[in-house]
Design a protein around this ligand. Structure first.
Ligand code: FRU
Length: 707
């Protein structure tokens, strides 16, 4: 080979490969025991790099080697800065790994040129939970080439996510962070399916439909195998192109590829998952909390509810929606009220029917009106003219502005006005505020009742056995309630605070406009959780509230709605039994099924304690302390004529107990092991009887066969 042929060959090789990239320039990898020439202020950064996770910190991952900057030293309240020596910008990109708080100027990394901050990056977290994972961030610094710069790592924030984690700061010719990535899908079927990995870091994503932002949310998007799929019903966007985009995906990730539109929701058959409650309402996928907008209209009970359509944890608050003809068989419909924008969540509220008594409906065309908290604005009114499926905001929103939330609207017939009870707070004080309106648009503040927190409700009930006597019940999220009078403007308290529900129970609300005038309530079974399942939390059984006189005064009573009885597949009378101390007796053997509606009356006789072990969960009446206990929940309860009467509902995630005809009610998170004997009775201190027993196995509310 001649020299000239070799030169030609080499030149063409270079042409194919391109000139080799200049090597990266490492600014810091934080592998030494100290920070070297970097300048430290404050205490958050300590004397040198951390070796991974610090005490009391969630598991830190994603850093390279052993060391990293971790300003959790001394916890979230410690603050400080860490500043690099001056270096020259010589490459087009600066790559680094970042995790921690997402607070610009407070938990961040800054690039400083001539004393000006010219670039800034933060972690990704602002909420409890989240992830301590570090991810790549890339700054394009090509325009700054040749200039001198410093890096400043800042922790100037106390409290949750008041820290920053950083590692491996490198100047480079290549980017490590991918730009926003997106895929386009046609909404040509009902469901947009998105894969979730419970351990993946939280990412911000957007869905744009035909050029307009349709949803912006946080999601633990699965980068590999999903744990489960979440979905949005996109049938209302039919045939539009959807652009689905994510931030900060690893450059080589094709996680978005898995997202697709289908005519099914991917995953296990719906409502047939092993731990799915069979007669309590749960959302098909994701998290839910408070019931919202409970109202009956045109043959349907509406259950709206606080819903995270994109994940198993609280977040991304939308109004989910389900309807039922009978309070037991629910059909979940698409999200009814999405947040207006990211961070301006659709928080709790209520619904009423405006048939001409307000500014939005008429007797010919009644409108379903939702009143709710838009977290960035205040209390807002949204109007539905399609039987509660979709809502349009009143253009004069917000109608009430304050620090509070959770408006409940009712019609006050004697004064012919609308009344809003709504939670409000200021400094250390918390109260329920009362507003009055002629038209649902303009609201006047008329009263406040101190010492209540979140999700108020107000309703009038007759006192049973006292013809003509009614009282107004004022309640809030923890289930405590007052009895009093209400003249349409002011509430006059006539009792101390009482409690009806105990245990996994929160943020209950009653239905407006029920066809038969029953006062029906549903609560959030807060803490009834389903770790392996694609859904989380359940609602209580809908229950009817009544006011009855007792030896202690008038009290609220709760009993499951009678419609539940339609799920009974049989009704077995159980034998009366006498139980001797320390000689447990199997009252109902195994094989009764795992969904039960049963009754039992304990005749205490000499016993100090009587226990019904239902599967593996014990339900105990302690006759000495006069307490009813189930699992971790206990409630005071006096026997009536030496007896304690129990109605017990057993589902796959809970046991509910209504004692002495609903004088108190317990909602208990429980995972009964249904291989065990169904009911074993035991006593201590003396004999007791168990009488008037009835057992009804229930069928699932999700099977639609009318047998
Ligand atoms: C009660 C609550 C409400 C709020 C909603 C947010 O559980 O905190 O006060 O509106 O949940 O999901």
């Amino acid at each position: 080979m001649t020299l000239s042929t070799m030169t030609i060959m080499l030149t063409s090789l270079v042409a194919i490969l391109g000139p080799a990239d200049p090597p990266p320039i490492l600014i810091a990898d934080f592998e030494s025991a100290d920070y070297g020439d970097w300048t430290v202020t404050g205490t958050a950064f300590g004397d040198g790099p951390a070796r991974g996770t610090l005490p009391d910190q969630m598991d830190v991952s994603g850093y390279l080697g052993d060391g990293l900057v971790n300003s959790y030293r001394g916890g979230d309240d410690a603050m400080g800065t860490l500043t690099s020596p001056t270096f020259r910008i010589e490459r087009p990109y600066l790559n680094m790994l970042i995790g921690g708080g997402d607070y610009p100027e407070q938990t961040c990394v800054q690039l400083i040129v001539e004393n000006e901050v010219v670039r800034e990056a933060t972690g990704t977290n602002t909420r409890p939970g989240g992830s301590e994972r570090l991810d790549w961030v890339t700054w394009d610094i090509d325009d700054l080439r040749g200039q001198n710069a410093r890096i400043r790592i800042v922790d100037e924030r106390r409290g949750g996510w008041g820290h920053i984690n950083v590692d491996h700061i490198v100047q480079s010719s290549t980017k490590r962070q991918a730009g926003p990535q997106s895929v386009t899908r046609l909404a040509d079927s009902q469901y947009l399916n998105l894969p979730v990995d419970r351990d993946a870091p939280v990412r911000r994503m957007t869905i744009t439909a035909n050029g307009a932002l349709w949803s912006e949310f946080e999601i633990r998007l699965a980068l590999d195998e999903p744990d489960f799929w979440v979905f949005r019903d996109v049938s209302r966007l039919r045939d539009q192109p959807l652009v689905i985009a994510a931030e900060r995906l690893p450059a080589d990730s094709n996680a978005l590829e898995a997202i697709h539109v289908d005519d099914v929701i991917l995953g296990a058959p719906m409502y047939d998952e092993p731990r799915r409650p069979q007669f309590h309402f749960t959302s098909r996928r994701g998290w839910h909390n408070d019931p919202n907008g409970l109202v009956y209209f045109d043959g349907e009970y509406h259950l709206y509810y606080q819903r995270n359509p994109y994940g198993w944890d609280w977040g991304n608050m939308h109004w989910g929606h389900a309807v039922s003809p009978d309070l037991i068989h629910w059909t979940e419909l698409p999200v009814a009220i999405p947040p207006r924008e990211f961070g301006d969540w659709a928080f709790s509220g209520s619904a009423i029917i405006d048939d001409g008594r307000g500014a939005f409906g008429s007797s010919e065309r009644p409108a379903l009106i939702a009143a709710l908290t838009s977290t960035g604005r205040g209390e807002i009114i949204s109007v539905s003219r399609d039987r509660g499926r979709t809502f349009e905001e009143f253009e004069g929103n917000p109608v009430v502005t304050h620090r509070g939330r959770d408006p409940k609207i009712i019609w006050h017939e004697p004064t012919k006005k609308w009344v809003m009870v709504v939670y409000d707070e200021h400094d250390d004080e918390r109260w329920i505020a009362f507003y009055v309106s002629d038209d649902l648009r303009a609201w006047e503040l008329t009263d406040r009742v101190l010492d209540f927190y979140e999700c108020p409700d107000l309703f009038e009930l007759p006192v049973e056995g006292r013809p003509g006597v009614t009282l107004w019940v004022l309640s809030a999220a923890d289930g405590r309630y007052l009895l009093g009078d209400f003249d349409g403007r002011e509430y006059t308290t006539r009792s101390g605070k009482h409690q009806l529900w105990y245990g996994n129970y929160y943020a209950a609300q009653t239905f407006d406009n029920t066809p038969d005038g029953r006062r029906i309530q549903i609560g959030w079974g807060r803490g009834i959780t389903f770790p392996e399942m694609p859904f989380n939390q359940q609602m209580t059984i809908p229950h009817t509230l009544t006011l009855r006189p007792t030896a202690e005064g008038v009290r609220l009573f709760a009993e499951p709605v009678t419609e539940l009885e339609t799920l009974r597949t049989a009704e077995v009378a159980l034998p009366d039994v006498e139980v001797d101390p320390d000689k447990p007796l199997t009252w109902v053997g195994s094989g009764a099924g795992d969904l039960l509606d049963m009754e039992a009356t304990i005749v205490l006789e000499e016993a100090e304690m009587v226990a019904l072990r239902i599967f593996t969960i014990s339900l105990v009446y302690d006759a000495i302390s006069k307490k009813l206990k189930c699992g971790d929940v206990e409630a005071p309860l006096d026997p009536v004529d030496g007896r304690v009467r129990l109605r017990i509902l057993v589902d796959r995630g809970s046991i509910e107990v209504f004692a002495n005809d609903g004088r108190i009610a317990l909602s208990v998170a429980a995972r009964p092991d249904t291989d065990a004997e169904t009911v074993v009775v035991s006593t201590q201190g003396g004999t007791a009887k168990v009488v008037d027993g009835r057992l009804s196995p229930l069928k699932s509310a999700w099977t639609r066969t009318e047998d």
